[in-house]
Design a binder for this molecule. Sequence first.
Ligand code: G3H
Length: 192
Amino acid sequence: PRCIWLSRHGESVYNVEKKIGGDSCLSERGFQYAKKLPELVKQSAGDADLTIWTSTLIRTQQTAQDLPYKQLQWKALDELDAGVCDGMTYEEIEEKYPGDFKARDENKYEYRYPGGESYRDVVIRLEPIIMELERQENILIVTHQAVLRCIYAYFMNVPQEESPWMSIPLHTLIKLEPKAYGTEVTKIKANI
Ligand code: G3H
């Protein structure tokens, strides 16, 4: 039976600086995760063949670079676009756009960054990805937290309005296994 694996990219330079968005490289810890990932996948998938899907951003590709499977990049897997707030810290956003900061907290699913996206927008652009996933065999998706929240909610049957608040930890490989009674989840945390 086929499975889907999910992973966030390893810690990025922007993660360390607490900035959102951008297209930064992995941090040193992030690269350690990239080095560990083949072993984690092997542990979870055995000799099964799989295909890796990444976003078009550097940090997901660096995370997948040591994985010995064929890889495909999807623009639809890029991180939620923070528009005018791209590259800022949450503190800077709160200072510069206090109204937006509050509005987002009050309705994180619907809130759209000026010039950017909402979670609802991401769910819509993920539709082709979800359709393709339903058709495919084993896929490992290496992408971003906001995107993974939406994909995870879809497979776990969680209402999408709740997805913006779910935590998808860094440096953890998530395995989703469809079963008759629902989706079974296994998480393997990298020891780094
Ligand atoms: O960098 C952005 C995060 O992946 C999404 O965070 O939607 O909770 O602000 P947020």
